[in-house]
Design a protein around this ligand. Structure first.
Ligand SMILES: [Zn+2]
Length: 556
C-alpha cells in the first residue's frame, strides 16, 4: 500500500494517476501502515515512522532537503531527463542535486542527477527533483508539443516509480494496462470524411483528386512513395470519373467496407459526419468552408447499418460537438437514429478541441472521446498509451489518438515513404510492448482507394499487430476494458490486500478480454497460486486476497 502526501488541490490528479498506475494506495493517514510513502509536497517533513521506501518528489527545495543538507540547484523549466537511455521531457520545474548519492536519472544537458537514492538502514530514501502530479497535469491538459510526440512521458513516469518499488524489495500488486491473453491493445478506427466521390463535382475535393491522381502519382514514384501500378490505377480511376457522375459506374470511394475484409474478426469503429454542408465553428468563429462535409450520415445509412450488423461500432465524427453541447446532442442523436445505438463515442472532424471540450462532450452524453492527438505527426500528445478520465469531468474517458494515416503521408505533414512510415509505427508498437496500453489508429475511409492507395501499409500493420499479440478492437470495446479496470477496488485488512472487480457487467461481454493482477516481490498468494511474481486472472466472480510480506532485501 502506498501512502500519498499531496496538496489538497491535487486530489483529482492523484486519483487519476492511480487509475493509470493501478496499484493499492490511499492518502496518507497517521494510523495507516504503508510499504511506500510518496511525498509530493515541498512543505511537509517526512513522517517519524517511515515506510520501507520513501519517495519525495518536488521541483523545488523541500523542508526535507534543508533538514538533511541536500544541496539542490536553482529551479529550471523545460528540461529533459535521461532515464536508462530513455529521454523524458519535463514541462514543470526541476531541481538537480549536488550530492554524492547514487543518481537514478539525470539532466540531459548538465549531466547532474535529477533523482538520487540513499540507503538509510531501516528504509530506502529516494528524492526526485520534479513533481510527478504537476507533470501529469500538464500532459493531460495541454499535451506535449509535436517535437516530443515520440516520447510516452506519462508511461515513463509510471515506469520509474514502479521500478523504484521493485528495486527496494517492497511487495505490491498491480492491475497492468494489459488484457489477459494479449500483449497490448489497438483501437482500429476510420474517420469517414469522403465516402462518395460522386457528390464532389467541380469542387476543391474533385480538383484535388484529379491533381493528385494525375500529377501526384508521377511525383510519388520519384519520391519512392508510389509505383507504376498505383499510377495506372489512379489514371484508370480518373477515366472512370465521368461515368460515376453519369451514374453508370461504381463509386470507388463508396467501398470503405473493404476494411471488414482486412480486419477480419477484429472489430473497428467508423466515425461518421452527421450533416452535410456545415463547416461548423472554429475558435475564431466560422470554420473554413473546406471543413463542410459533402455527405450526411443519412446518405450512407444503409452501409452504416451493414457495418453495425457486422459488429462494427459507428460513432460520431463531430462538427460542433466540441464547443456546443446542444449541437453535440443533436449530432449524437442523428447517429443514434440511424444505428439505434444508445452509447455513442466521438472524434471531432479536424480534431477540433479546447480545454472546455471534455465537459461539453460529457454534457452532450457521449460515452467516450478519441480526439486528443496530433494532425501533423504521430505519437503521444498526452504522453500515454492509456484511456484516461479528463480532469473536471465525472466519467468521460479519452481514448487518445496516436497514429493517423494523413499525418504520415500528406506533403504538408510528415510526407513519409511507406517504409519510413512503418519504421515510425514500429517505434510505437515497441512502446506498447513495453508499457502495455492501447495504440489508437485512424485510417481514413478513402485511404484504401484511389488516389491515396495507402491500403498496403494498413494491411501490413494489422498483420504486425496480430503477430505481436495485440488485441485489435473498436473504441467502445477498448474503453469498456479500461472501465472494467477502473472499477477494480483494493481492500486492505491486516496484512492482506483484497482485489475485486466492482463492475461485473464488464465480464458479461465475451468480446472483452479479462483483467490480470500482477504481483511483485509477493511471497504468498492465498487461494490461488503460491508462486510469486506471476499474473493472475481477475474476473467478475473472483475475490483475490494477497498476503503481502515486506521483504527488505533490495534487488541489485
Ligand atoms: Zn474528419
Amino acid at each position: 500500500m502506498i501512502g500519498v502526501v499531496a496538496h489538497p488541490e491535487e486530489t483529482e490528479l492523484v486519483q487519476e494517476f492511480f487509475e493509470l498506475f493501478k496499484t493499492p494506495w490511499e492518502f496518507y493517514s497517521t494510523t495507516g501502515s504503508y510499504e511506500v510513502l510518496l511525498y509530493a509536497r515541498e512543505d511537509v517533513a517526512v513522517a517519524d515512522k517511515p515506510a520501507p521506501l520513501v519517495i519525495i518528489y518536488g521541483g523545488g527545495q523541500t523542508i526535507f532537503d534543508k533538514a538533511n543538507s541536500f544541496q539542490v540547484t536553482s529551479r529550471q523549466k523545460q528540461r529533459t531527463l535521461l532515464y536508462k537511455g530513455q529521454r523524458l521531457p519535463l514541462y514543470c520545474f526541476l531541481v538537480t542535486f549536488l550530492t554524492g548519492n547514487e543518481g537514478i536519472l539525470h539532466d540531459e544537458e548538465s549531466g547532474l542527477p535529477a533523482g538520487i537514492i540513499e540507503n538509510r538502514g531501516a528504509y530506502t530514501l529516494v528524492r526526485i527533483g520534479y513533481d510527478i502530479f504537476q507533470e501529469m497535469r500538464f500532459l493531460l491538459t495541454e499535451g506535449q508539443p509535436a517535437d516530443n510526440a515520440g516520447i510516452p512521458s506519462l508511461e515513463v513516469h509510471i515506469a520509474i516509480l514502479r521500478e523504484l518499488m521493485i528495486r527496494s524489495g517492497v511487495s505490491f500488486l498491480e492491475v497492468p494496462p494489459i488484457p489477459m491473453g494479449y500483449a497490448f491493445m489497438a483501437c482500429l478506427s476510420h474517420d469517414i470524411d469522403h465516402p462518395l466521390i460522386r457528390v464532389h463535382k467541380w469542387d476543391p475535393t474533385m480538383f484535388g483528386f484529379l491533381y493528385r491522381a494525375l500529377i501526384g502519382s508521377i511525383l510519388a514514384i520519384f519520391r519512392g512513395q508510389g509505383n507504376v501500378w498505383q499510377l495506372l490505377k489512379n489514371w484508370a480511376a480518373v477515366a472512370r470519373l465521368p461515368f460515376i457522375y453519369l451514374g453508370v459506374a461504381r463509386d470507388f470511394w463508396y467501398e470503405f467496407d473493404r476494411y471488414l475484409n482486412i480486419e477480419g474478426d477484429s472489430k473497428s469503429t467508423f466515425f461518421v459526419l452527421p450533416f452535410k454542408n456545415q463547416p461548423g465553428q472554429n475558435e475564431s468563429g466560422h470554420a473554413p468552408k473546406a471543413r463542410a462535409s459533402g455527405y450526411a450520415a443519412a446518405d450512407i445509412a444503409e452501409r452504416l447499418q451493414q457495418l453495425v450488423a457486422a459488429g462494427r461500432e459507428v460513432g460520431l465524427h463531430g462538427i460542433d460537438a466540441w464547443t456546443d453541447s446542444c449541437k453535440g446532442e443533436n449530432e449524437r442523436n442523428e447517429i443514434s437514429r440511424i444505428t439505434c445505438a444508445t452509447k455513442i463515442g466521438v472524434r471531432m472532424h479536424w480534431l477540433f478541441f479546447d480545454k472546455d471540450t471534455p465537459a461539453t462532450l460529457e454534457k452532450a452524453g457521449f460515452s467516450y472521446d478519441s480526439t486528443f492527438g496530433y494532425n501533423e505527426t504521430i505519437g503521444y500528445r498526452g504522453g500515454t498509451l492509456q484511456a484516461f478520465k479528463w480532469l473536471r469531468t465525472t466519467s468521460l474517458l479519452e481514448l487518445p489518438l496516436h497514429i493517423m494515416d494523413t499525418a504520415l503521408f500528406y506533403p504538408a505533414y510528415l510526407y513519409l515513404t511507406p517504409k519510413k512510415a512503418e519504421s515510425r509505427i514500429s517505434n510505437i508498437i515497441a512502446d506498447a510492448l513495453r508499457y502495455g496500453g492501447v495504440i489508437t489508429i485512424n485510417w481514413h475511409d478513402r485511404s484504401l482507394m484511389p488516389e491515396r492507395l495507402w491500403g498496403d501499409v494498413y494491411i501490413r500493420l494489422i498483420h504486425e499487430l496480430k503477430a505481436k499479440g495485440c488485441w485489435c478492437a473498436s473504441g467502445e470495446h477498448v474503453v469498456s476494458w479500461f472501465q472494467a479496470r477502473r472499477s477494480v477496488v483494493f481492500q486492505k485488512s491486516d496484512h492482506c490486500i483484497g482485489v475485486r472487480l466492482q463492475n461485473q457487467d464488464a465480464n458479461l461481454d465475451e468480446q472483452i478480454p479479462a483483467l490480470r493482477v500482477r504481483t511483485y516481490n509477493v511471497n504468498g498468494v492465498t487461494g490461488y497460486s503460491s508462486q510469486a511474481d506471476t499474473d493472475i486472472l481477475l474476473t467478475g466472480n473472483t475475490n483475490l486476497r494477497f498476503h503481502l510480506e515486506v521483504s527488505v532485501t533490495p534487488s541489485p
